[in-house]
Structures are given as structure tokens and as C-alpha cells.
Write a protein that binds this ligand. Structure first.
Ligand SMILES: [Zn+2]
Length: 238
């Protein structure tokens, strides 16, 4: 499969898009990490203020090692902010902290896509984990050209599709978290307008990585459909 030029055409496009998105995040983050926020509030301070403004109690804020490792843990109801965010007074730190609070707000308000995504995690882990083996077996059986191959190919495609669904449902969750974050920063008067524009750039770049993940997954799914002979005739005939 990895010798197949078609594979590289499809997956290569996804990889390039992902690399470009990661580059955008890193450069936006590097740039706005250097710009101090005039409020003098750290990422942790900003997170605390937004939680309060939304009337959310019982969410803990902790520091975590690493760069861009920030996340909200719904099980522990804990917001974990990375080294460059937790105690840092920069526009990038404010934007990222606010985004993670966005997830905490989604959780507190039972935001539908977030609930679906959490429930879907074990499905996607299982489906994605088994899909490669089943697709390989389907290819060995001649793909969609034979009865056994077709059943295996269909099963493999459905298994892989669970991961594509996961990357798709991640999009509204991530976009909504950033939207909430920026809205609270704006209405709360925590940050001046020009600083919010900087925070928005960091969050837009981050959102791009999720779009890239979805597109890559979709291209991979499409590649399997072609390779297994569901689209464009059976390339696997020997
Ligand atoms: Zn997020």
C-alpha cells in the first residue's frame, strides 16, 4: 500500500495541509507569546475570570508540563494549562487559556457535540485500531471483487470511518470553544480590542489543525474506497 503512488497523492496532500497548519500555529504562538497583555493577567488569571463570569464553580486550574499541552479534562473537571500559558502574561496565553475555558463552559452547559464526541472516543479507538488489519485482510482477499473480500472491505471502511466521524465532530467543539472564549474576552472587558485580535489569530491557526486532521482522514477514507475497489474499478485485481 505504501508503494502505491495513489496513496502518496491522497495522504501526501493531507500531510502537507497538516504540516502547514502546525507551522501556522507555532508561528502565531511564537509571535503572540512575545506580546505582553496590558492587563498583566496570566493565563490562569484569565481562565479564573472567565469561569467566574460564566458562573461556573468547581473547575480546578492546574499547570502542566510541556508546550501547547493545554486541555480541559471533563472527568476531573480540571483545566490544565501549559508552562507558556499558566503563569504567563501574554496575548497567546490569554487566548489559549480562554479557549480551554470554552471547553469547560461547553461541559457545564451539556453542549451536544462535546457530549457526542466524548461518547464516540471508545468507538473511534476500537474502530480505528481494528480497521488497518481488516482492510489489509480485505486487500488480500481481492477487495470488493470477491464476496469475502467485499464483506471485509465494507467492515474495514466502516471501522475507519468511525475515526473520520471523530475528526468531523471535533470541528464544532473546537470552533465553539474559541467562539465562546473570544466572546467572553470581548464582553468581559478583560482585554482591549487589539489584543483580542491577536488572540483570535492564535486560535484560528489552532482551529486549522483540526480542519487539516478532518481533511486528512477524509482523504484516507477516500483512498481506501478506491484501493478496495468501491470507486473507480478494482485496482487490486492480480
Ligand atoms: Zn480545544
Amino acid at each position: 500500500m505504501y508503494m502505491d503512488p495513489l496513496y502518496w497523492l491522497f495522504i501526501g496532500a493531507g500531510m502537507l495541509l497538516s504540516l502547514w497548519a502546525q507551522f501556522r500555529v507555532k508561528s502565531a504562538y511564537a509571535r503572540y507569546s512575545q506580546v505582553a497583555s496590558r492587563s498583566g493577567l496570566t493565563g490562569a488569571d484569565i481562565a479564573q475570570r472567565i469561569l467566574q463570569a460564566n458562573g461556573i464553580n468547581g473547575v480546578r486550574i492546574e499547570g502542566i508540563r510541556g508546550s501547547l499541552t493545554d486541555h480541559y479534562d471533563p472527568k476531573a473537571r480540571t483545566l490544565r494549562l501549559s508552562e507558556g500559558v499558566y503563569g504567563t502574561r501574554s496575548i497567546a496565553a490569554a487566548g489559549i487559556a480562554a479557549h480551554e475555558v470554552g471547553h469547560a463552559i461547553q461541559h457545564a452547559q451539556n453542549y451536544g457535540p462535546l457530549k457526542f464526541r466524548s461518547a464516540w472516543v471508545p468507538v473511534a479507538n476500537l474502530g480505528g485500531g481494528l480497521s488497518m488489519m481488516v482492510i489489509m485482510a480485505a486487500l488480500a482477499m481481492g477487495g470488493a471483487a470477491t464476496a469475502t473480500g467485499q464483506s471485509l472491505a465494507t467492515a474495514g471502511i466502516l471501522m475507519f470511518a468511525t475515526t473520520t466521524v471523530f475528526t468531523l465532530i471535533t470541528l464544532p467543539v473546537e470552533f465553539d470553544a474559541s467562539r465562546r472564549a473570544l466572546a467572553t474576552l470581548e464582553s468581559g472587558g478583560v482585554m482591549p480590542k487589539d489584543e483580542i485580535a491577536g488572540a483570535r489569530k492564535v486560535l484560528s491557526a489552532a482551529a486549522l489543525t483540526y480542519v487539516a486532521a478532518f481533511v486528512t482522514s477524509l482523504l484516507t477514507l477516500f483512498y481506501y474506497l478506491v484501493r478496495l475497489g468501491f470507486i473507480g474499478g478494482n485496482r487490486n485485481r492480480r
